[in-house]
Design a protein. Structure first.
Lengths: 232, 232
DNA sequence: CGCGGCTTTGATGTTCATCAAGTAAAGTGG
DNA sequence: CCACTTTACTTGATGAACATCAAAGCCGCG
């Protein structure tokens, strides 16, 4: 237990320390250690609500969260997902004083919550760190932009293929996984009705491309799935 | 002419100096002055091609450009427009070595082309400048993300209203302007077919909401247009 | 003057959201 | 632990929104 506590509270021994935090000196790491909190969020739990004041720099050590936004159409829309070792609030943090997106946990998610001013102080003195933050912001934003860009050119079957493949390749690194989202949430992510999400997943099942049992997905023919995601 | 030349080549007397460059010391401005070029691009001219190596920091002094990308659907798509005093390459510059988007001029556009390494050097020593660059990157990216987000919830009439209003409010600051883009380009910007762009503009003309004559647009009833853009 | 890009209108067909209606699963309170 | 309620999932039928196709006029430019 002693060791666990050590691991929790001292960033310099944290095994989830990212490439980004590796840029920091021992001294800088300790400043951050001293100004951080850690918290686990349960599946479904709200981490940040759109409109909240931005006070913290959020690092997702472990888990899965959705970045989402409530539209004037009275519906929730998922902008993007963040996984292990992602910096979750980066889209809003350096542009606004208030969060422009909500964050919710889709799994048990361990967050490091670091005082934003402390991060800014470290940035002011460590150029390499700063340039890496800039790179992370740019990549995070471009991933969203390019994801939406590609999505816009896919029909429904292509979009479903695309999410199933993303879960397999980017998140679970396996052809067999449990969906961390409802069918409704898939629809919110790729802009389609819940009914059609279900319909097309069923189609894929009937065609023998995937096996489905509730939230469990087994990809049987990844080649076809890739093909549909390309040509859709 | 002497004065004009002065204005062209010395950033410290440049009337288009942005809020961002105002953060710089006289010395820093001179370093930038010494490492920049200026060029005017004609309407339709390509400024940067997707895939080009990123060498320069691009500041649009005056004019209008489109940020676009050629899709696997063999069609061009406009990601965003940049206007006077925008930093045009910001989406790619800090994330990649190569441009991920093309830039083309839609008007006579005057660009300041500054050696990217020089900008980075100044950033390494001027924290305030750096934080402002970060803010610009974040805002540019979020504008794209939020624009697409809103667009996705609008029907065709709403989208056309939205672009017509944007040209009026954000770009020309007038209810009477000449479209700087073809009908086809409007379609590429808001994801709809050229035919429907034309059809709906015609509808608006017949309904007396706007007057149209070729590229010339006169907004007759901005209230209705706003209403359509909201509710669409 | 003829060719290609831009614009326009009408007709047709596909894709997808929505509605309706029902089953299954998972919480909730007595 | 069981009745109750809600949330998630599923399937079919219908219609609306939109892309696509087709055909033609227009304009600038070589």
């Amino acid at each position: 237990m002693m060791y666990k506590k050590e691991d929790d509270f001292n960033c310099s021994s944290c095994i989830y320390r990212s490439y980004l935090f590796d840029m920091l000196s021992q001294e800088e790491l300790e400043i951050i250690s001293a100004n951080k909190a850690e918290r686990t969020f349960a599946p479904g739990e709200l981490i940040v609500r759109e409109g909240d004041l931005i006070k913290d720099f959020l690092y997702l050590k472990k888990g899965l969260i959705k970045i989402h936004k409530y539209g004037r159409d009275q519906k929730d829309h998922i902008i993007s997902l963040a996984i292990e070792r992602d910096f979750a609030g980066l889209l809003s943090s350096f542009a606004y004083r208030y969060h422009h997106y909500s964050l919710s946990s889709l799994d048990y998610s361990e967050m490091c919550i670091i005082d934003f001013n402390v991060i800014k102080e470290v940035m002011a003195t460590n150029t390499k760190f700063t340039f890496n933050i800039i790179e992370k912001i740019s990549l995070a934003a471009n991933n969203v932009i390019l994801y939406r860009y590609n999505l816009g050119k896919l029909n429904l079957r292509g979009r479903i293929s695309s999410v199933l493949l993303d879960f397999s390749d980017k998140i679970f690194k396996s052809d067999c996984y449990n969906l961390p989202v409802t069918r409704k949430e898939i629809g919110e992510l790729i802009d389609m009705s819940t009914e059609n999400v279900i319909r097309i997943i069923s189609e894929f099942r009937k065609d023998g491309i995937i096996d489905v049992s509730g939230r469990e997905i087994i990809i049987r023919d990844k080649g076809i799935l890739k093909n549909i995601a390309e040509k859709g």
